[in-house]
Design a protein around this ligand. Sequence first.
Ligand code: SAM
Ligand code: SF4
Length: 333
Amino acid sequence: MNGAAGLVDRYGRRATDLRVSLTDRCNLRCSYCMPPEGLPWLPKEEILTDAEIVRLIGIAVTRLGVTEVRFTGGEPLLRPGLVDIVTASAALAPRPRLSLTTNAIGLERLASALHAAGLDRVNVSLDTLDPDRFARLAHRRRFDDTIRGLHAAHAEGLRPVKINTVLLRGINDDEAPALLRFALEHGYELRFIEQMPLDAQHGWKREEMITAQEILESLNAWFDLSPDPAERAGAPAETWLVNGGPTRVGVIGSVTRPFCGDCDRTRLTADGQVRNCLFATGETDLRGLMRAGASDEDLANAWRAAMWGKLPGHGIDDASFLQPARPMSAIGG
Ligand code: SAM
Ligand code: SF4
């Protein structure tokens, strides 16, 4: 792969980290993501087949310089072909690193097959350690399933096991220290994510959001956090060593501490659209091109053009900011 053929944009960024959404469906209804009644799901005929997904991942890896593939959704464990898609992705040369972002419901059953297929690591979303709060936040009483899936991933040897947490004011914003204690006890790496305006209900309010600063203040009351000497290198999380290390905690301040200048991501939705940013208002239809008979090089060129047009930042603070039409669950977080 020569450098000029990769996914570069006019600001000099290079996308090497591909997020693939495998479905827009989910078995939870986290309030910052989906309304309790769910959403009109994408029609089946618009969803990429396993073979189409594998073809596009292959193009990204072999022609466009992608080195990291993360499967997400919706809930990726609901995709029946997940293990086969991981197997095919792991067979690519050069082999990309493979990871999964999941609510872990069902991971207890699937962790071993996914690891054997070539999955390297998982991020499990867990916002609370209280089963009742979990039910209030996710509108489903599935706390035990998530915890079992989380522990199963670790027992299976997937490393690192990371936990993603979104804090909501008045709901779980007092839990940052307890979640970090839990992560330290089990050897998980905890990362807090600022809530972003990506919920289907458009209920996000900046003044209600728990900021990175608040999260750090709440952790500093209980832990000694020191700057992490490891370089950030495109990673969105700012990390700190906890009580001298080696355990780290991360905070992804997407809203108050944006990292757009270092962004190395490209996204493929379950219905085959390339998005050059979570907050992009436009998309590039690779599904349509592929089903019309496009060659691998045609698809690679369309993907390159999609990334070339990436804006310098998400613009959440601009007066003209418009929340994207697709909610997080249909983009792939
Ligand atoms: N269902 C899987 C899960 O929850 O891990 C994968 C998809 S989910 C959309 C991916 C990540 O996005 C989760 O960690 C979730 O907490 C996060 N997320 C969803 N909506 C968000 C929002 N409005 N702001 C910040 N993070 C959000
Ligand atoms: Fe489902 Fe993940 Fe959205 Fe929660 S954050 S509703 S688990 S897609």
